[in-house]
Design a protein around this ligand. Structure first.
Ligand code: NAI
Length: 681
């Protein structure tokens, strides 16, 4: 037996230690080891009880990533759990760190679960496009009841010890000394307490129906969510062995689905994103941060940092703006307390770490400053000049600019090596994406500190080169431009949005434009108008809308008209679009949803190839991480590059020819070899 599992006898209790660093993943050798240890303990007359415990910092935190998507070798988790249940002696799972997925299913197979405070338990399989496949959908509802099990499994929730105890998912919290507590618990257990023998607690059909409807809505009706609901809801009516068999069959089917493949791709892409090949510099210390500018972004970044336990100095240029920012942060925490998402003490502790001030000298005390003032190069350069004068040597100076040239900002300081871009997305305390922008002179340890901050804030960080719009905004601009072409050729805003929402985007591009305000892009176009090549295809519709005062939701109308917050097609927009088409002599044609999706996504793929060719995006998978985490691209499609590679090089190349032709003059074509490197194009 491999030594990833060893047995340490404690009197009459066999303590089975799982020692498979770093996360005690349930690899084949671990499964075989537990099975052998439990069978040996069952047969050994000197053993009266068994404890399963993880060595190091965690219980079995989850599956072995190397086995993801591969055929599973025997013994598999159901066989391990069957042996635990068949053992006539009590088996207790001692949980610390994380017990997730298959790890928590093994714990559910035990007779009791004892956990240290701060342990996370849960069944996150649905987030990977599958369902629990080793009894999770049958045993969990026997503890929590069906409605709660539906909610937890469909969300893929990871919950803490307190909630797990309240829901019966664990039996006791160990004050300290987990192993001793679990051994005592095992000794004190009389007889077996198998979950499989328990009835599912009663729940009204209405409660089950409501939980299922809420889970379907939140999970956007994806196949794994539907399968999870089906598996859990039969638990009450079906003998457990039938329920287990049905669950396993659904699990096996989903494992090989395209959706599960896409979500696995996302999972690995996110893990890779923050590891930049060749970057081995250590991050600088990060004990206190400052945010400069208390507007929309500054307050969001401050909240994100406060939530992560960092003390934050918030600096503004005038008292009124500072007060507004401070009030926004207070209101945010008050709202969370009111909704029961945070205790009043926790909220007070977080707010207590905030120091709002007008005093720039206080910036001398921090390790990292994030500038979030107006998007104007002169203003930012002036701010960085002042920062240079007050920041302590070695402090990291970061800018949240969306488009501006980071090197031009860095050049305003005497220490461009300390300058990095930290491009947060709005709302900054909610959105997971962080583009960490590397300037020409950014030092490796400055970049490493930006990535370390991202980790600390729980963000998914992607490194981008310093190019206009970085990765995300540049790809999004190419996509939006293509959607404008479609508009000009005959589609309506509602048709374009419906097609892309049908594909899975949270919102179509024109609805997004109306929401963010059309004037931002308008101002940008005005500032670059002089350098625009007049021979390139240019759609005038967005300009015409702005000239007519239709700036989006904030003015009540943009691409759509807004009534009670709901978007409605607007004849006035139709008239503007008709006039713009007529001016160019375009006869509108009907455009199918399929063409809309194809062209919009291919435009993204093409821009991704350009960015990869230019070295702005380090890896193709990073593009997928950016689009899914920052721009509403459906995760279950894996991201634009994954979407393209799934269709194959030949088809993408053919359709790209058509896209190039349809896009007219000025279309710059990327090299598909950037994403099909492993396959002949
Ligand atoms: P905002 O207008 O809401 O806030 C800017 C704040 O900076 C204002 O409160 C202003 O008083 C303050 N400020 C201006 N000059 C200052 C100075 N010299 N010293 C101290 N404070 C000063 O703007 P928002 O939307 O928060 O944007 C800030 C930055 O974040 C911009 O660079 C923008 O491009 C970027 N960004 C914005 C996103 C968005 O969705 N709004 C998304 C990602 C980045």
């Amino acid at each position: 037996m491999a030594d990833v599992v060893r047995v340490e006898p404690e009197g009459d209790v066999a303590v089975v230690v799982i020692d498979n660093p770093p996360i005690n993943a349930s690899s084949l050798s671990v499964r075989a080891g537990i099975l052998a240890a439990v069978e040996a303990a069952a047969a050994d007359p000197a053993v009266n009880a068994v404890v399963l415990i993880g060595a190091g910092s965690t219980f079995i935190a989850g599956a072995d990533l190397k086995e993801f998507g591969q055929p599973l070798a025997d013994p598999q988790n159901p066989a391990v759990i069957a042996a635990i249940e068949a053992c006539a002696k009590p088996v207790v799972a001692a949980l610390h760190g994380a017990a997730l997925g298959g790890g928590f299913e093994i714990a559910l197979g035990c007779d009791a679960r004892v956990a240290l405070a701060e342990t996370k338990v849960g069944l996150p399989e649905v987030t990977l496009g599958i369902i629990p496949g080793a009894g999770g959908t049958q045993r969990l509802p026997r503890l929590t009841g069906i409605p709660k099990a539906v909610e937890l499994v469909c969300k893929g929730a990871r919950i803490g010890t307190e909630e797990a105890l309240a829901l019966g998912m664990i039996d006791a919290v160990a004050p300290a000394e987990l192993r001793a507590a679990a051994v005592a618990h095992a000794r004190a257990m009389i007889g077996k307490n198998r979950l499989r023998d328990r009835p599912v607690p009663d729940a009204s059909p209405e409660a089950i129906e409501a939980a299922a409807a809420a889970a379907l809505k939140a999970g956007r009706g994806r196949p794994a969510v539907r399968a999870a609901i089906a598996a859990i809801t039969v638990a009450a009516e079906t003998p457990i062995d039938e329920g287990l068999a049905a669950e396993r069959a659904a699990f096996q089917e989903l494992r090989t689905s395209r959706e599960a493949r896409a979500l696995r791709h996302q999972f690995f892409a996110e893990r890779e994103a923050a590891k930049l090949p060749g970057l081995d510099a250590k991050p600088r210390p990060l004990a206190r941060v400052a945010v400069l500018g208390a507007g929309t972004m500054g307050t969001g970044i401050a909240i994100s940092s406060l939530d992560a336990g960092l003390p934050v100095t918030l600096v503004e240029q005038d008292a009124a703006a500072l007060d507004r920012g401070r009030a926004r942060i207070s209101d945010f925490y008050a709202g969370r307390v009111a909704r029961g998402a945070l205790t009043a003490e926790a909220a007070a502790a977080r707010e207590g770490r905030l120091t709002p001030t007008l005093d720039w000298d206080s910036l001398g005390e921090v390790d990292l400053v994030i500038e979030a003032v107006f998007e104007d190069l002169d203003v930012k350069r002036e701010v960085f000049k002042r920062l240079d004068a007050v920041a302590r040597p070695g402090a990291v100076l970061a800018s949240n600019t969306s488009y501006l040239d980071l090197d031009a900002i860095a050049a305003a300081t005497s220490r461009p090596e300390d300058v990095v871009g930290l491009h947060f997305f709005s709302p900054a305390n909610v959105m997971r994406l962080l583009e960490v922008v590397r300037g020409a002179k950014t030092a490796p340890d400055t970049l490493a500190t930006g990535l370390a901050l991202g980790r600390r804030l729980g963000k998914v960080s992607v490194v981008s080169g310093n190019a206009f719009g970085f990765i995300g905004n540049r790809i999004y601009a190419a996509y939006r431009r293509q959607c404008e072409f479609l508009l000009e050729e005959g589609a309506s805003p509602a048709e374009v949005d419906a097609a892309l929402e049908g594909f899975g985007f949270a919102m179509g591009p024109f609805a997004v434009g109306d929401m963010s305000g059309l004037d931002i892009a308008w101002r940008m176009r005005q500032s670059t108008a002089a350098s625009r090549d007049p021979s390139h295809r240019y759609v005038t519709i967005p300009d015409r809308l702005c000239e007519a005062g239709r700036l989006g939701r904030k003015t009540g109308a943009g691409y759509y008209r807004y009534e009670d917050g709901k978007r409605q097609p607007d004849p006035a927009t139709v008239a503007i679009i008709d006039a713009a088409r007529a001016e160019k002599g375009i006869v509108p044609r009907a455009i199918a949803a399929e063409e809309i999706v194809e062209r919009a996504l291919l435009a993204m793929v093409n821009e991704a190839c350009l960015l990869l060719g230019e070295g702005v995006a380090p890896r193709a998978s990073d593009v997928d991480v950016v689009l899914t985490n920052g721009y509403g691209f459906p995760k279950w499609e894996g991201g634009p590059v994954f979407w393209a590679t799934e269709r194959g090089a030949a088809m993408v190349a053919r359709n790209l020819d058509r896209l190039e032709e349809a896009s007219g003059a000025g279309f710059q074509r990327g090299d598909l070899a950037a994403i099909f490197a492993a396959e002949p194009v």
